[in-house]
Design a protein around this ligand. Structure first.
Ligand code: GCU
Length: 415
């Protein structure tokens, strides 16, 4: 792991830096309207993130088949129904299957849903004996009874508090989750997960500008969207992607590249997520690339100790989501993720939201702890540590009620 010895946690040592202007193209042309944003600037920014940050996702990996492998109708005291769906992929003579666990409220015909990956298997999110336990590689963890990289019964329901399934159902939303290890095990090894299905002959790892793990997980979310569009019980025009930490980085990237996604929530996503890299506060590009060399594409390491050279910063990623609602959440004690840098990304992305007549973050002053801003670009800083807590979900639901649920604010995805 990267040594945390030289980490800057001192605001007075944040360097002076220029925030890349969202309205000026890389070759200096001024962007004047939505059309120019969408047809010129948004495209060049997306391409920059593809080739230099997260890595290019192959386009030829489509669902081979899918199957509902388990269902229940009278769940959570009759309030919900449950489906577990296997999605199969096949290419290069190789196969991959991931499973979506879906709970839907029984009192809604086509429910809006939250969609996000979990870290320790679908069975940790809710104490339900019917949830299948994945066979995919998992990081060993004593508390969760994960030995020899195998998930086990011991952790069933262990993260209920972080997922709040019942609260979400009561609020009129469905929830879909996938074990991220099924799409790509979180280790520096490109022989497993989805990557090998895309290799050309004699290739055994992605090229410098090809997908790392975050792009692979984002691919998984976009493929879950392919399924959700086919499920009559889901309102696929109201899917909000959600993720914590590395999976918060993933949620933002998935939202940026897939316009079918109605909104995105990044919970404590930090470096390579919502936090501005040029502040060099807490985790830096060099430290993340050193500790997690498989997350980003290799080209991203060109910016190790070289943030000045970046022609973008993470506010540009937030802007790629516009005009769709985005929620950035920080935790007060989570200095490693740079709460102020996360907040400022929302602030600097706001002019693009304004272009669409949407609301964002208007002041550079951070709000106090536990004082959420429920705008189209939303933000809160909660007291406490790096985690997803009941408080966070309460805010996400309130905000989704305003920006996703109501017809008036519905954003129609562009083809
Ligand atoms: C590490 C990493 C962060 C990441 C976090 C997580 O702390 O440095 O970038 O967000 O793990 O995913 O839990």
């Amino acid at each position: 792991m990267f040594s945390q010895q030289n980490v800057n946690y001192d605001e007075s040592k944040v360097p002076d830096f220029e925030i890349p202007d969202l309205f000026t193209t890389f070759d200096g042309k001024k962007i004047r309207n939505i059309k120019e944003w969408e047809t010129i600037r948004r495209i060049e920014l997306t391409n920059f993130f593809i080739n230099n940050v997260y890595g290019k996702i192959p386009e030829n990996l489509n669902i081979k088949s899918w199957k509902i492998v388990e269902e229940g109708t009278g769940e959570i005291n009759g309030k919900a129904r449950r489906k577990q769906i296997d999605i199969h992929y096949e290419n290069n003579g190789k196969k991959l299957t991931f499973n979506i666990l879906l709970y839907l409220p029984n009192n809604i015909k086509k429910a809006p849903i939250f969609l996000g990956f979990n870290f320790y298997g679908n069975h940790v999110v809710f104490n339900d004996p019917n949830i299948l336990i994945s066979n995919a590689w998992a990081r060993n963890n004593e508390t969760y009874g994960i030995v020899n990289h195998k998930l086990s019964e011991i952790s069933r329901g262990a993260q209920e508090i972080n997922w709040q399934v019942e609260k979400i159902i009561d609020a009129g939303y469905g929830i879909a989750t996938i074990f991220y290890g099924e799409v790509d095990p979180d280790r520096n090894d490109f022989s497993d997960g989805i990557h090998p299905l895309s290799y050309s002959e004699n290739q055994n790892k992605p090229l410098e500008n090809e997908w790392g793990a975050i792009s692979a997980w984002a691919w998984g979310l976009t493929k879950a969207m392919d399924y959700l569009e086919k499920d009559k019980d889901v309102d696929a025009s109201k899917v909000i992607v959600f993720g914590h930490s590395r999976l918060g980085k993933t949620a933002l990237w998935a939202g940026a590249i897939d316009k079918r996604i109605a909104g995105a929530i990044s919970n404590n996503s930090g470096c390579g997520g919502a936090a501005l890299s040029k502040r060099k506060f807490g985790e830096t590009i060099k430290s993340i690339n050193t500790s997690f060399p498989h997350w980003f594409c290799d080209n991203f390491s060109l910016y190790n100790d070289n943030e000045e050279a970046l022609p973008v910063d993470q506010h540009s990623l937030i802007a790629l989501l516009a005009p769709r609602p985005v929620y950035i959440a920080s935790a007060y004690e989570d200095k490693w993720a740079d709460p102020k840098g996360e907040f400022l990304s929302g602030y600097y992305a706001t002019p693009i939201y304004k272009l669409y007549g949407k609301t964002g973050i208007d002041s550079k002053e951070m709000p106090d702890v536990n004082q959420p801003i429920y705008n189209c670009v939303a933000y809160h800083i909660r007291d406490g540590k790096h985690a997803v807590l009941e408080y966070d979900w309460e805010q996400y639901i309130q905000w989704a009620n305003i920006h996703i649920k109501s017809e008036k604010n519905k954003i129609k995805p562009k083809p």
